[in-house]
Write a protein that binds this ligand. Structure first.
Ligand code: F6P
Length: 339
């Protein structure tokens, strides 16, 4: 059996661990040949393939990013994209394609699968918003990095009597802000799931500063003000309607300083959250996802993706996640706010 593999969407720690697992398990256990595609779906469209052996993946377990490169490319949105993918699969004599990606890349994988190409998915995204799986590759590392950042911000907050705002990634969901906020002891957590009232935030901070001299505010980049708030959201979005990194954090910081009178500073963590060495949990998850995906390929279980369900890895149909988003549940939001 010949199996292709690609990584699409934003990079994250743990992608290489998943590639390694697919190559090692596929060659040793199933006697397969594995072919890597460079730069996500673009590489499949272009036929940009490279053979992958056990030697090629030796030592990559601990490396961040992806040895294959990545791109935000969706074949169904490119003229003739699906046909080009079908052609490459035929040219390379592939029996299956394994696609490691977030919701956008996996949605594309589902479309390609429906066109007759046998595809299997592996969910990765620091945003943790893929439906059906308890966690996606990269999320644990991002939360660990964000928590450490909040820990470190406490020093300056306390020493200078400041409000320290930290903006964390998450355009549509606040998984990183909420979980790192809880783990790091942030006093205020703002997530896209629940629009905020900046005047109320200001009142909370003023109240806290009667007995404490500092506050930490964790803000997801996609956090939005409640309807009717005096807030110009247009400055925070780019031409595609996506949040511009640092903009929501900056507006929140300025507003808090104006309302409370306390000196306030912003730290935008940005791509640091996606970089560097994966945590043990992400290496483990990526390896388990890789093994499950290549075993599914051997069994001919196509149109599915690996998912963590409690203690177990299961293969779910692409339809389970298609068009849906895994938002932060209310219980977690309440935990972040209720301390
Ligand atoms: O997909 C993860 C993510 O890190 C988002 O949280 C973030 O907004 C986005 O990617 C930005 O990535 P890029 O600038 O690479 O498109």
């Amino acid at each position: 059996m010949r199996v292709g593999i690609l990584t699409g969407g934003g990079d994250c720690p743990g992608l290489n661990a998943a590639i390694r697992a697919v190559v090692k398990r596929g060659t040793a256990e199933h006697g397969m040949s594995i072919v890597g595609f460079r730069n996500g779906w673009q590489g499949v469209i272009d036929g940009d393939a490279v053979p992958l052996t056990r030697d090629d993946v030796s030592g990559i377990l601990v490396h961040g990013g992806t040895m294959l490169g990545t791109a935000r490319c969706h074949p169904h949105k490119v003229d003739g994209g699906i046909e080009a993918v079908q052609q490459t699969v035929a040219d390379e004599k592939l029996d299956a394609l394994i696609c490691i990606g977030g919701d956008g890349t996996l949605r594309a994988a589902s479309k390609v699968n429906k066109s007759g190409v046998p595809v299997i998915g592996i969910p990765k995204t620091i945003d943790n918003d893929v439906v059906g799986t308890d966690a996606s590759i990269g999320f644990d590392t991002a939360v660990t990095i964000a928590t450490e950042a909040i820990d470190r911000l406490h020093s300056t907050a306390e020493s200078h009597n400041r409000v320290m705002v930290v903006e964390l990634m998450g355009r549509h969901c606040g998984w990183i802000a909420v979980t790192a906020g809880i783990a790091g002891g942030a006093d205020i957590v703002l997530a896209p799931e629940s629009p905020f009232d900046i005047e109320q935030i200001g009142r909370k901070i003023r109240h806290r500063h009667r007995y404490k001299n500092f506050s930490i505010v964790a803000v997801a980049e996609g956090a939005v003000p409640a309807e009717g708030s005096a807030w110009d959201a247009s400055e925070t979005l780019d031409e595609k309607g996506n949040p511009i990194a640092g903009q929501v954090g900056m507006q929140v910081t300025r507003a808090i300083e104006r309302i409370t009178g306390f000196p306030s500073r912003l730290t935008t963590l940005g791509y640091v959250q996606r970089g560097g060495v994966p945590t043990a949990a992400d290496r483990l998850l990526a390896t388990r996802f890789g093994v499950a995906a290549i075993d599914a390929a051997a069994e001919g279980n196509f149109g599915t993706y690996s998912a963590l369900r409690g203690e177990h890895i299961e293969m779910l149909d692409f339809d389970v996640m298609a068009g849906k988003t895994k938002y932060v549940p209310n219980e977690l939001l309440q935990t972040a706010w209720g301390l």
